[in-house]
Design a protein. Structure first.
Length: 267
């Protein structure tokens, strides 16, 4: 089958994954819509990769049970590898299944594997053949144009997302260094001390949030804040205390100015 066909299917299934994460999972856990995913657009490539891998590997398998368990296995392998690689690249733990039974290092869990196995079974046996039958009616030239367009979009999106994540990491490190620079003690103690100073405030200005820690200002832009909204449970272990948690609470409150109690409530 032509690679462009597979690529368009990858985009479609990535979109399905985004819908699942942003609407269903977000509503069940957070009771609101969340634009999930590392990238800016409405797609979660990890789902697209998993589905396409299963469609290729299992295209000649007839047994639904075999498809289900094989899909669950590939899903766990891909999710574990993605979690590990992204944590190493961006010093962030994007999701954590530690509270689920039968999890492995918090990166994967039995529940996730079973859900993906069931979803893959439906797509591999029923949806994918239907999608292929539709795409066959589209002229090859138009298929190529669509594939090229989505390729350009993904490349630009990836560049923007990676640059934004790297900038956020630098600013979190700057805040960590600022709070940790006056004494060789735990950051929690310094931050607790810093919060009693009137100079340590947070202000929303337009589409940015300005964080002042120990007289050091950090301007967190909306594209950088998006990661904290897209991954409500993200953690930055290397900084000791989750500065992202403080920012996330302020995003949810959409503040003009936070006083001492609002800044640290329910930490």
């Amino acid at each position: 089958m032509h690679i462009n066909i597979y690529f368009l299917c990858f985009i479609l299934y990535s979109f399905f994954g985004w819908i699942y994460e942003s609407i269903l999972c977000a509503q069940l856990k957070h009771h609101r819509f969340i634009n999930r995913g590392f990238l800016l657009g409405p797609y979660c490539p990890i789902y697209g990769v998993g589905i396409i891998v299963n469609c290729i590997l299992l295209k000649d398998v007839e047994s639904s049970i075999a498809i289900f368990f094989a899909s669950a296995g590939t899903a766990c392998i891909i999710e574990y590898a993605t979690s590990y690689i992204m944590e190493k690249l961006f010093a962030a733990k994007w999701w954590d299944y530690s509270h689920f039974p039968f999890n492995l290092n918090g990166r994967i869990c039995l529940y996730g594997g079973l859900v993906f196995g069931g979803g893959s079974l439906i797509i591999v046996k029923y949806i994918h053949p239907f999608v292929i039958s539709i795409l066959k009616y589209i002229p090859e030239f138009h298929i190529g144009i669509l594939s090229l367009s989505f390729t350009v979009i993904l490349i630009i999106d990836t560049i923007l997302a990676v640059n934004s994540m790297n900038r956020l990491n630098k600013k979190l490190k700057r805040m960590y260094d600022a709070a940790n620079g006056k004494a060789d003690v735990a950051m929690e103690v310094l931050t607790d001390k810093a919060r009693r100073s009137e100079d340590n405030i947070l202000v929303e200005k337009g589409k940015v949030i300005i964080v002042k820690v120990q007289n050091v200002n950090s301007v967190i832009k909306s594209r950088e804040l998006r990661f904290l909204e897209a991954f409500p449970d993200v953690k930055f272990p290397k900084y000791g205390i989750s500065l992202d948690v403080v920012l996330r609470r302020l995003i949810q409150k959409n503040p003009r100015k936070q006083n001492e109690e609002d800044f640290y409530e329910n930490r």
